[in-house]
Design a protein around this ligand. Structure first.
Ligand SMILES: [Zn+2]
Length: 256
């Protein structure tokens, strides 16, 4: 190749690389993979199972296919309002525009390091966030980071117990009322197995959110420290199980 052509080629590669760099969107995945480690609620829950049907050469080409089976509330999933409110939306009823919205993140890891499993998101935490970052926007998906994702691969630590005595942080009744009454939130996400504390008996946060047509995102994978307190969009797309009380969901965050 002539020197001139080489220069032109190099220039073209540079330009293409630049265009590619500019157009690529920074996306943070907030979804745990579905595999043998996927956390399930209790022994009555249908765990994620993956059955290999076919994998191999067939008529001169490769062909692979699997089956899977999963409960609605296993792994990273969305709770539809119908889960805790008879007149609430089922998964298939949640309007799609509520699944793509501005995000906000409350980081409670410092609080958890002092209070441990008994930590709850309280009204004071919400007020403190607003003091630091301004009032919450309308039409927000709020994520709460207890720092629980680090326990994901140890179900006993993640659920707080080997038996049914669940023990992990969650949202207080008062904070749930505050969030619901504000009318600003489409959905609330947590990096634990439930928006209510593990020890709850009455699931107040679930009930309050459901009655206000808010959905929950549970077992959110919050491991990327680059996720800011605000200034990002959340995309949370559940499998469209028409009558579902919940469904596996793929959650992405896209910083502005
Ligand atoms: Zn659930």
């Amino acid at each position: 190749m002539e020197k001139n052509s080489l220069l032109k080629l190099g220039f073209l590669i540079l330009i293409l690389g630049y265009i590619n760099g500019c157009s690529s969107v920074h996306v943070i995945d907030l979804t745990w993979p579905l595999d043998n480690e996927t956390v399930f609620w209790n022994k009555n829950t249908q765990k994620f199972t993956f059955t290999r049907q076919i994998a191999g050469e067939r008529n001169g080409y490769w062909y692979a296919m699997n089956d899977f089976c999963i409960g609605e509330h296993v792994g990273t999933h969305l709770d539809a309002p119908y889960h805790f409110y008879e007149s609430g939306w089922k998964v298939g009823d949640v309007p799609p525009h509520r699944l793509v919205a501005k995000g906000a993140l409350i980081d409670l890891q410092n609080k958890v390091s002092k209070l441990g499993h008994a930590t709850t998101l309280d009204v004071s935490d919400l007020e403190q966030w607003e003091k630091a970052h301004g009032t919450f926007n309308n039409e927000t998906i709020l994520l709460i980071k207890f720092g629980w994702s680090k326990y994901w691969y140890n179900r006993t630590l993640y659920m707080g117990s080997e038996d049914e005595k669940l023990n992990f942080p969650g949202i207080s009744e008062e904070a749930a009322e505050w969030l619901a009454n504000s009318g600003k939130f489409y959905g609330i996400g947590v990096d634990t197995a439930s928006v209510d504390p593990g020890s709850t008996k009455d699931f107040k946060a679930h009930v309050i959110f459901s009655k206000n047509q808010m959905y929950n995102l549970e077992n959110v994978m919050l491991v990327d420290d680059s996720l800011p307190a605000k200034g990002f969009t959340v995309v949370a797309l559940p499998m469209k199980i028409k009558e579902g009380t919940g469904a596996p969901v793929r959650i992405l965050a896209i910083p502005d």
